[in-house]
Design a protein around this ligand. Structure first.
Ligand code: ARG
Length: 493
């Protein structure tokens, strides 16, 4: 097979293997090889329908392309000497059906619009997979939350015991974050799924092409209308990588929690052995390595994002070969995020939470002191700040009781005696009780079991809605693909 079909007219001179390897996008093009075949089919069917090529040419091109579609792109095409998959497949076609027919496939297009189209096709599939993976993580979080509505645990700010909450409340907090990650990808998809095809090099073409037709064949929802923008932009990929970076920041945070929770200090969780490694020297060790790798993959995804971002900075209009270097960042970021989400699902669902340990910690460090301050406000009409100061001063003394509260008030110059006003130690103890403090926090989204039950029902409905959206998008894509293949087969009989 000739490897110089694109080059041979204009350029001469041998290039070294090292040079070819340096220039080629072939390794990353494995990700878009199937998409490229589909794009070729759509383009040829369009050329035929617009009478830009004769039916006898179509009848030579399409069977060869349909065979690639059925069998996959053969290994020999993935050769650096072609520079990229687009030239490789064109060379294969020329080899298979001859230059007269094979040499007509690239009419009215360029690798510039071709590659942008392929990236968008592959990326939208990946985004839908990522959304499905996120959905699984969210389902696990909601299912676990439903089991732990009453599992009291300390909530932290600044990593200090702050106020009691529940494990369900904590899990739902992450579910909500992942739900926003889902929404961001859902919206990115809308901008990804626009067709640049027909832009050719950047100035479109003089042939009477039909951009809407190829867009429809390929399952796109519309066009990237301006043909210069169509080949020049990778903003859709940057946006997706930014979304993945934010998503991974959330993954990293939950991993960090689980790493801390599985320490001997905290012991809130036992991760399944499968998610842990041991030490080669310390026989007793059980280390949360998978969570650590996820935390590190987060950095890699940020790297993919910044790598892509820095590639486009300073690029003049329109297509520049630099853009080729951006593409592997997309696939790397996608892969790391997808693998991480898969690990997270199983790591969470196989984890054992020690709810007794959590309860043991939940009242520590005066974690219900806010409730006591609020009670002083409610019962004795104090300003919140005054009550806050009194309780804070009592905490400084090491105990929350009648005596320390009264002394604190005196020291702060507040004319009040809680003892005389009828406050008793029993009342104080009741206010400081973890469960009763929790039960009061029933504002929407709060940790009270009542509020949590409502939240769980609401989240379940949202999960159903989100799952339907993924199915609809997948169905639309596979219908477009089936229609295109059927149309191509009709043309060759
Ligand atoms: N392999 C190239 C890329 O990934 C395809 C476009 C090449 N275009 C060109 N004018 N050399 O961007």
């Amino acid at each position: 097979m000739r490897t110089d079909v694109v080059r041979l007219g204009r350029l001469s001179g041998e290039r070294t293997g090292e040079m070819m390897h340096f220039l080629s996008s072939m390794r990353a093009d494995r990700c878009i090889a199937d998409a490229d075949v589909l794009v070729d089919i759509a383009h040829v069917v369009m050329l035929d329908k617009q009478k830009i090529i004769d039916r006898d040419i179509t009848k030579q091109l399409l069977p060869a392309l349909l065979e690639l579609q059925d069998e996959g792109v053969p290994e020999e095409v993935f050769d650096d000497r072609f520079e990229d998959i687009h030239a490789g497949i064109e060379a294969l076609l020329i080899e298979a059906v001859g230059a007269e027919a094979g040499g007509r496939m690239h009419m009215g297009r360029s690798r510039n619009d071709e590659v942008a189209t392929c990236i968008r096709i592959k990326l939208r599939d990946d985004v839908l997979k990522q959304m499905a993976a996120l959905l699984k993580v969210r389902e696990v979080l909601v299912a676990l939350a439903a089991q732990h509505i009453e599992s009291v645990m300390p909530g932290f700010t600044h990593m200090q015991h702050a106020q009691p909450t529940t494990l369900a409340h904590y899990l739902l907090a992450y579910e909500q974050a992942f739900s926003r990650d889902f929404d961001r990808l859902k919206e990115a998809y809308i901008r990804i799924n626009q067709s640049p095809l027909g832009a050719a090099a950047f100035a479109s073409t003089g042939y009477p092409i039909n951009r809407e037709l190829t867009a429809r064949f390929l399952g796109f929802d519309g066009l990237v209308t301006n043909t210069m923008d169509a080949v020049a932009t990778r903003d859709f990929a940057l946006e997706t990588l930014a979304d993945l970076s934010i998503l991974m920041a959330n993954v990293s945070r939950i991993c960090e929690d689980l790493i801390i929770w599985s320490t001997w200090f905290v012991k809130f969780v036992t991760l399944d052995d499968a998610f842990c490694s041991t030490s080669s020297i310390m026989p007793q060790k059980k280390n949360p390595d998978i969570a650590e790798i996820m935390r590190a993959k987060t950095g890699s995804v940020f790297g993919a994002y910044t790598g892509a971002l820095l590639t486009v900075k300073g690029l003049p209009m329109s297509y520049n070969r630099d853009l080729q270097e951006l593409t592997p960042n997309i696939w790397r970021g996608m892969r790391d995020a997808k693998e991480s989400l898969r690990m997270l699902v199983d790591m969470l669902s196989s984890a054992t939470f020690d709810t007794a340990r959590m309860r043991e910690e939940s009242g520590k460090n005066f974690s219900t002191a806010t409730e006591l301050a609020d009670t002083l406000v409610r019962s004795y009409g104090l300003a919140f700040r005054t009550a806050h100061n009194i309780v804070g001063r009592a905490v400084q003394k090491g105990y929350l009781n009648l005596e320390t509260l009264d002394t604190a008030a005196q020291e702060l110059g507040v004319e009040i005696s809680f003892a005389e006003k009828g406050l008793t130690q029993d009342k104080i103890n009741a206010v400081l009780d973890v469960d009763s403090s929790l039960a009061l926090r029933k504002a929407p989204g709060g940790p009270a079991p009542l509020a949590t039950k409502i939240a769980i029902e609401e989240r379940k409905k949202q999960l159903d809605t989100d799952s339907v959206l993924i199915d609809e998008r997948l169905a639309k894509l596979s219908k477009a693909r089936d229609d295109l293949i059927a149309e191509a087969r009709r043309l060759v009989v």
